[in-house]
Design a protein. Structure first.
Length: 481
């Protein structure tokens, strides 16, 4: 009997070898079902796949033979193994939160956007649908349906609908931001607004400063634009100015992206003192600032805006209405200095032509029908109560907020000593509870003891029961990695 035959016989009899064979088979099945291997595709060679899977060649041979017996792959003598047939059609049972996915800046998005009634989402970034003005939206949709055909059928203008830009101009001027309607560009979302500005201002390899922690999608957008991100620690009053100055001196950044008011994920607000120092540093470094003001309408009292201090000279101001009206109705905006408006319009036309005219008309009706301010007043009261309730319930588990935000929806909370937020998030996901672990927001990966909670999504007692179980289990694990 040759050596390989002996090894295969031992693998079959040895339970550990059986597990390794099963692991190889599972990986091949995954590649086929995921369309990485289509019908006729050649499987990795035995030796190469043995190295990839950290198993012996005989283990891979046995796994391939078993898969061939199932009809999933076939052998071609002298050539190797090939996928033999198309994978089965994808079914809904194949779609769901991937519990073993690495926690990266898009992990929270992928879990939170799963459309399952069973999922609880204290880690997501939006309000519950029951908190949104859905009755006002239905009324506005009926009005639009009875209106001009062009709104339903035609592209919007390059800048976007003038009446909405005029309204946005008045709103920004009330906050001290001198933006005329001609300096405002409507976009399909706040995310698209930031992406357009990044495409316009940065080249591959440019350096961009971000807060640490910051909104995780900033990381992803910068990677998509092939920029190099540099992190500056966040404080309760804005970015650490000393670290910010050092980052400028060492890296010569082109751009800085931030939420100056109701910071995501910490809930912090940039003070006037820090804002002035930031703008002086930006001027000295010839650096532009993107101020993402998406949470503006959730403030109880307006806080300082970089764009107001700067007059839109170095600051590009962006926002949207997804946090207060609807995440489904996508409409954002950019306010920029005059000489940047035309090239930004060109980029917008290239990527989305006329933009979301129907959505813009719907937002305009909702902002002007008299109900929006009442909706905001109710929303702020509900959020304040939800903040207090969530802080109290988390405190009972030993989870404490970094700061008590003045407004907004987020609590940036520290776990008890020795607990890893990624472990807690993975454990709670098994209970259909989607959390937002701190390192998803941290470029430096120094927030592994933090979780971001959305107070508006934290009223279900199952969340706290799941957290309690996960914390209890985590205390039996090694200290934070």
């Amino acid at each position: 009997m040759d050596t390989d035959t002996v090894q295969m016989d031992q693998a079959i009899k040895n339970p550990e070898s059986g597990k390794r064979i099963g692991a190889v088979m599972t990986e091949i099945r995954r590649r086929i079902s995921g369309r990485e291997l289509v019908a006729g595709s050649r499987l990795p060679s035995v030796r190469a796949f043995a190295k990839t899977m950290h198993v012996s060649a005989s283990t891979v041979v046995e796994a391939y033979e078993r898969l061939a017996a199932e009809g999933l792959i076939r052998s071609r003598p002298g050539s190797g193994f090939y996928a033999s047939s198309p994978p089965a059609p994808l079914t809904l049972s194949d779609i769901g939160p991937k519990l073993d996915r690495a926690i990266d800046p898009l992990w929270v998005y992928r879990q939170s956007l799963e459309d399952s009634p069973a999922l609880l989402k204290p880690g997501c970034g939006w309000l519950p649908e029951s908190w949104m003005p859905v009755d006002a939206m239905r009324k506005a949709l009926r009005t639009i349906a009875r209106g001009e055909d062009a709104v339903l059928a035609n592209y919007g203008t390059p800048l976007g609908q003038l009446p909405l830009r005029q309204l946005l101009s008045r709103r920004m001027n009330e906050r001290g931001i001198p933006a005329s309607p001609d300096h405002i560009i409507l976009t399909e979302s706040g995310t698209q607004a930031i992406d357009l500005v990044c495409r316009f201002l940065i080249e591959p390899g440019d350096t961009v400063i971000v807060d640490d922690p910051c909104y995780f999608n900033f990381h992803a957008l910068l990677r998509a634009n092939r920029a190099r991100a540099v992190a500056v620690p966040m404080t309760p009053h804005g970015p650490d100015i000393e670290a910010f100055e050092q980052a400028i001196e060492q890296h010569r950044p082109r751009l800085y992206i931030t939420n100056s008011a109701i910071h995501n994920p910490t809930g912090a607000t940039c003070s006037a003192v820090v804002a002035h120092k930031l703008l002086k540093l930006a001027e000295r470094a010839n650096m532009t600032i993107i101020e993402d003001d998406i949470f503006a309408d959730l403030e109880h009292e307006p806080s300082p805006r970089l764009a107001a201090f700067d007059g839109l000279e170095r600051v590009v101001h962006v926002g949207s209405f997804s946090k207060t009206i609807s995440t489904s109705v996508r409409c954002g905006f950019i306010a920029a200095k005059p000489e940047w408006v035309e090239p930004l319009i060109d980029l917008k036309l290239v990527t989305s032509i006329g933009g979301g005219r129907l959505n813009a008309e719907l937002i305009l009706l909702l902002l002007t029908d008299g109900s929006y301010r009442k909706h905001l007043d109710t929303l702020k009261v509900r959020l304040s109560k939800a903040m207090d309730d969530t802080i109290g319930r988390l405190a009972a588990l030993g989870i404490e907020p970094w700061i008590r935000p003045r407004s907004g929806i987020f609590l940036w909370c520290r776990l008890p000593d020795g607990i890893n937020a990624g472990d807690i998030a993975q454990a709670c996901l098994a209970d259909n509870v989607v959390l937002a672990p701190g390192n998803a927001f941290s470029l430096s990966q120094t927030s592994n003891s933090y979780l971001r909670f959305n107070a508006a999504q934290c009223d279900d007692p199952r969340i706290y029961r799941s957290l309690e179980r996960a914390l209890k289990a985590a205390r039996q694990m090694p200290a934070i990695r």
